[in-house]
Write a protein that binds this ligand. Sequence first.
Ligand SMILES: Nc1ncnc2c1ncn2[C@@H]1O[C@H](COP(=O)(O)OP(=O)(O)OP(=O)(O)O)[C@@H](O)[C@H]1O
Length: 306
Amino acid sequence: MSDKFISIEAIAKRYPGADGATTTVFENLWLSMARGEFACVIGHSGCGKTTVLNILAGLDVPSEGAVIVDGQAISGTSLDRAVIFQSHALLPWRTVLGNVAYAVSSKWRSWDRAKVKAHAQTFIDLVGLTGSEHKRPSELSGGMKQRVGIARALSITPKMMLMDEPFSALDALTRGTLQDEVRRICLETGQTAFMITHDVDEAIYLADKIFLMTNGPGAVLAEVVENPLPRDRGRTDLHRHPLYYALRNHIIDFLVTRSKTFAAETPGHDPRNVPLVQIGKPGLTIASDAKPEPSRETSWPGQARA
Ligand SMILES: Nc1ncnc2c1ncn2[C@@H]1O[C@H](COP(=O)(O)OP(=O)(O)OP(=O)(O)O)[C@@H](O)[C@H]1O
């Protein structure tokens, strides 16, 4: 992995408020990711997660600061940065194949129909929709629609995938299956991924790194938590890892308590040098100890939410 594939540098987002005042959602936010990393951002509603994702996508602009992707400051949207939203945003009059092919032909305008179709089919197969190519969105379940969104995003071979709570509207079983698929695809393709989630267990399963944001307005990136679980982790035995509960407790403690009290309790916080929390490594102060909590094993999947 190369260092700083994505670099968010001192960005702020402000909106005009009532009485001529200004509301600062966040300011002086610094964040970086290496190529091929999977990061999840967790924080309470309104702290600015979607705003950060939209800025990364080029759908929104920061009031201050810059975002550098692969050595270049971004300006506007790009087919290098694919977004998967909670609502799949498919074209209702196009089939599964038509939706994916539309994205493919937008990226490779010189390709003929056969090449576009073959490329689109590869990604439809990858997300397990073989046989549903000619269905329209109205004929698909929520999980299938989300698969089309994932296939469409992956088909343009973006440099990064931006996901805004992509599975939150799905039932637990479908959510689990799609989490498995996104994880497999990202590992296989070396995709760099930035995902917003309210689901602590989803973050632990998917992420290499978890960004913890304090409450807004005036939210800050409080900590970057390194996931100590092995990269080839499996969903069913995740909770047996000796550091699983320490990690989970650390994130939940942050959400329950420290996300509110962080500013008052951490006056010297340097937004440019946000602490990297490495649970289980000596010399680290973490909010919770590493004692396992067997009762929590029954809460899998996805019970702890921001
Ligand atoms: N166009 C706008 N004008 C004024 N304020 C806005 C605008 N868009 C967003 N905000 C405010 O910015 C803040 C951050 O919004 P954002 O959607 O990024 O939060 P979030 O952390 O993604 O929340 P959630 O988890 O609920 O999706 C919120 O307080 C929101 O009200």
